[in-house]
Structure formats: structure tokens, C-alpha cells
Design a protein around this ligand. Structure first.
Ligand code: BES
Ligand code: ZN
Ligand code: ZN
Length: 482
């Protein structure tokens, strides 16, 4: 399905079928008002009504603003994908909404068919977006085109992340993730370095090695870099890449193990960000560090009671092998700081079920020491269509991960505040001079869904990509050079 931005108003674009948004107020002024009323259509958010005679799918929106339009566009395109119309038209609804409409189309029409023996047919060949304002006048085409092209890159990168998250552990294991990273590097002119077991041992990455030890697929640390000339900033992005999380000897229950192919979503999000940033050509140097491992059960599994010496020298008492993500991140964060002096250090991880308890399943939890950085990032996120909520660190919670035996324990002694104690565990592996540059994102809730919501269908959502690219776009506009 091809997306075309037409330098034309909606009324003048030729198509087989159109998508039209109506707020409650606009419904009252609409030429089809009586007909729509007679069907019971009330223009509530995401409510749709097919008007066959006027070849229009009407879709309700709370307001003609980005978040409502993105969700409604996704709903509308999903409805029309079940029909046989080939050319669809839609309005851009103004310069401020072209990004949301484009994302709604690309993210809403996403399907994952790799494991179906017969792919579902979708007959839509072209979608024409009319470059008009909310009130139907012709908009500034060139300005709109820039937002359109950027939105296509970001939404396509989000779908790339979704594909990876949805792929099974039979097909994506640590070395396979390294191959995917190498392919991306080749296509997008990035550099890619992969550390195998032997090198991980030389780098003292014993925590990560312990987590991956029981798998036939050994761990890999993958380092991708995008280095434009004269960058304004240097950014390191770290991703948890558990290609499967069985829980290890602290084995998960049968129902909670299902979906744990998604435990690589942090690493997959970082891959999506690297793709988007390089295609947008942002003037910032970006490094992606992926910690890829598989948490399995075997005679040589790491155990509750083990003490692991991590890369930065700190010792960790293992009391639960299912709290493995923080062990991998401990070493990868230490490695990232050793390799790159960054202005920003962000990590992304499906780290805790507790984060979902705290914030619900749709919201990413952000933690860190710098209030300004959390604030700046949250502002970017709110413009991106992703949801984010701050979980505050406090010194009292630090007691809960104290160990009698080692420097720190990998689980909390109390069953409360689990997302924050996991964040505080990671804090042990952040160098003093990086404390205010670091943010930790727990994407356990929004990274994967079994029920469609907003512009997400079943499976991986690509959580983290849009909000982070928005933040990186924002810092690309900052004047001060380095
Ligand atoms: N990968 C899980 C966290 C998770 C749970 C992500 C559900 C997505 C959905 C993580 O490795 C884990 O198992 N965490 C444990 C930590 C506990 C043992 C302290 C958890 O959240 O139960
Ligand atoms: Zn786990
Ligand atoms: Zn995990």
C-alpha cells in the first residue's frame, strides 16, 4: 500500500473511497447528518459508519487533534482493509496533524503474517492524503511534505521493531539478532561490532554470561553506531534483548511464560531507533548497545544463591533467576559507558511486571535522577503518541535491594515498588558522572499487546521508538554545538 501526499484539497482528490472525520459538533453540520443520526452514529471516538452511496467511511473523533486523529485513522484503515477499494483518500487535517494521520495509516495497517501459510489479501493499493487544513483550504505543501516524509520513516521503523518483537525465539536468538543488526548496519551505513562469549568473558561481563549460560544460543553484545559529521550530541541507547525469558530455574508459571518472546522488545526498539535516526539523518551521534541472551533451564543454569561479579566490579547476589534483565543491563550499561562518553544514556527494557501494576499496561515507566531530563523527555513523549509516567526514586527503597552477602541483591525484599527497585538496582551500574544523563525506561506494559488499542494491533507495538525519536529530533534542533 502506497502513501501519496497530494497537493490538493480532499474534495478534488480522485479515489474509490474516502475517510472522513467527524467530531460531535461537525456531525451536526454534516450534509449526511440525518442519515448518520438514523444509523445511531454519535461521532464518539473511533466509532465508524460506512456510507456506501457517498463512498465514505465516517469516523468519529473527540477532537481534530493529533492523538484522536492517529487512533481514528488506524481504526478507519483497519475497517477499509477488509473491503475491496483500491484507492482511498483522506484529509491531512492541517500541518499539525499530517504526522498523526500518516502514523495512523502505517501503524494501523500493520499486519504480521510470517507464520501464516496463506497471507491475508489487502486490496488497497494507494492512499492519497489531501494536503489541506482542518477547514479544507490548501495547506503549505512543501512544509507538509517534510513532516510526511519524516513520519513515514518513524512509523516504518516502528513496524520494523514490531516485526522483530513478533518473531519467535526459534527465529530470533542472540546470534540471529546480531545478523539482523549487521544487515541494518549494511543498509543504513552504520558500523556494527558483535561481542561473542569469548570477548564477553574478556570484558568481565559475568552477569550477562550467567543469564545466557543455560541456552544452546550463547549471548551476544551488539554495538551499532551512527556517526554523522560534527554531531551536536552523543547519545547511547541500551536495550534488553532477552530473546526468550523462561525465568530460568526460578521458572515462570505456564501462563506467564507465554508471550516472553517479547522480552527482547527493548533491544528491538533500539534497532528501530537506529534505523529511524539514520534515515532521518539527524545531526547527533547515536550508539545502540543490545544485550542479547536467552534465559533457559539446563544442568549448568545459573542459580538462586549464586554471587556474580559484574563488569564494573560490583558483586550481585542472585535470589531469583527470573530477575535476569537487570543482570544483563548491569553489564551492558557498564560496557556502554566504557566505550562511549555520551551526553545522554537511555536504557529500554521489558523489566518488571510491577511497572504494569504501577502504571497500567499502556504506559512506559521512566526513572532517573535528573528532573529536567525526565521532564524534557516526557514533553517529547507527549507529542509522539506514546504514554509515559515517572516513577520516583527514593533512598528508602534502596534498603530493599541490600544484600548481606554481596554488594547488591537482584530482587527486592518486599513485594512493593518493584519497578523502582529494579531501576535502583541499575543505578548501581551508572558511573557518577553519568547519573544526570541517564534515564531508564520500563516498557514491560506497552511493548506487547493481545488486544488492539490506539494504533496498535495484536503483538509487538514498537514502544519506545516514536517517543525517543521525537526526543532526538528535539535535541537536533538545539543551537549549541560541541
Ligand atoms: N521479563 C520479565 C518482566 C515482564 C513481565 C515483562 C511481564 C513483560 C511482561 C522480567 O524478566 C521478570 O521476570 N521480572 C520479574 C521480576 C521479579 C522476579 C522480581 C517480574 O516482574 O515478575
Ligand atoms: Zn525474567
Ligand atoms: Zn525478562
Amino acid at each position: 500500500m502506497k502513501l501519496i501526499l497530494e497537493n490538493n484539497i480532499y474534495a478534488n482528490v480522485h479515489a474509490d473511497f474516502g475517510i472522513k472525520f467527524l467530531t460531535k459538533e461537525r456531525l451536526e453540520e454534516d450534509s449526511n447528518k440525518e442519515l448518520l443520526h438514523s444509523t445511531g452514529f454519535k461521532a464518539t471516538q473511533d466509532e465508524t459508519c460506512l456510507l456506501l452511496e457517498s463512498k465514505t467511511l465516517v469516523c468519529g473523533v473527540e477532537e481534530l487533534e493529533a492523538d484522536a486523529l492517529r487512533a481514528a485513522t488506524a481504526t478507519a484503515i483497519r475497517v477499509l482493509m477488509k473491503h475491496t477499494h483500491k484507492r482511498i483518500k483522506i484529509s491531512a487535517c492541517g500541518i499539525n496533524n499530517i504526522k498523526a494521520i500518516t502514523e495512523g495509516l502505517i501503524l494501523g495497517s500493520y499486519t504480521f503474517e510470517r507464520y501464516k501459510s496463506e497471507a491475508k489479501e489487502c486490496e488497497i493499493a494507494e492512499i492519497m492524503i489531501a494536503s489541506e487544513t482542518k477547514t479544507g483550504e490548501l495547506a503549505d505543501y512543501e512544509a507538509m511534505k517534510n513532516f510526511f516524509e519524516a513520519a513515514k520513516i518513524i512509523a516504518t521503523a516502528t513496524n520494523f521493531t514490531r516485526d522483530l518483537v513478533n518473531t519467535t525465539p526459534e527465529d530470533i536468538y542472540p546470534e540471529a539478532m546480531a545478523t539482523i543488526a549487521r544487515d541494518l548496519a549494511e543498509r543504513n551505513e552504520l558500523t556494527c561490532k558483535v561481542l561473542d562469549e569469548e570477548t564477553l568473558l574478556k570484558e568481565n561481563m559475568n552477569a550477562m554470561l550467567a543469564v545466557g549460560r543455560a541456552s544452546i544460543h550463547k549471548p551476544r553484545l551488539i554495538h551499532l553506531s551512527y556517526k554523522p559529521e560534527n554531531p551536536l550530541h552523543v547519545v547511547s541507547l541500551v536495550g534488553k534483548g532477552l530473546t526468550y525469558d523462561s525465568g530460568g530455574l526460578s521458572l515462570k508459571g505456564a501462563t506467564s511464560m507465554v508471550t516472553m518472546k517479547m522480552d527482547k522488545a527493548g533491544a528491538c526498539a533500539v534497532l528501530g531507533m537506529m534505523k529511524a535516526v539514520s534515515e532521518l539523518g539527524l545531526p547527533i551521534e547515536v550508539h545502540g548497545f543490545l544485550g542479547a541472551a536467552e534465559n533457559m533451564v539446563d544442568a549448568n543454569s545459573y542459580k538462586p544463591d549464586d554471587v556474580l561479579k559484574s563488569k564494573n566490579g560490583k558483586t550481585i547476589e542472585v535470589r531469583n533467576t527470573d530477575a535476569e534483565g537487570r543482570l544483563v543491563l548491569a553489564d551492558v550499561l557498564a560496557y556502554a559507558q566504557q566505550e562511549v562518553k555520551a551526553d545522554y544514556l537511555f536504557d529500554y527494557a521489558t523489566l518488571t511486571g510491577a511497572c504494569m501494576v504501577a502504571l497500567g499496561p499502556y504506559t512506559t515507566g521512566v526513572m532517573g535522577h535528573s528532573h529536567k531530563l525526565k521532564h524534557d523527555f516526557s514533553r517529547a513523549a507527549s507529542k509522539s503518541g506514546e504514554l509515559i509516567g515517572t516513577l520516583p526514586f527514593n533512598n528508602h527503597l534502596k534498603k530493599l535491594i541490600k544484600s548481606e552477602l554481596a554488594d547488591v541483591c537482584n530482587i527486592s525484599s518486599k513485594p512493593y515498588g518493584g519497578a523502582i527497585t529494579a531501576g535502583l538496582f541499575l543505578d548501581n551500574f551508572i558511573d557518577e558522572d553519568m547519573k544526570d544523563k541517564w534515564l531508564h525506561f520500563d516498557i514491560a506494559g506497552p511493548a506487547y499487546t493481545e488486544n488492539a488499542w490506539d494504533c496498535n494491533g495484536y503483538g509487538g507495538t514498537g514502544a519506545g521508538v516514536r517517543m525517543s525519536v521525537k526526543f532526538l529530533q528535539n535535541i537536533s534542533k538545539e543551537k549549541e554545538g560541541k
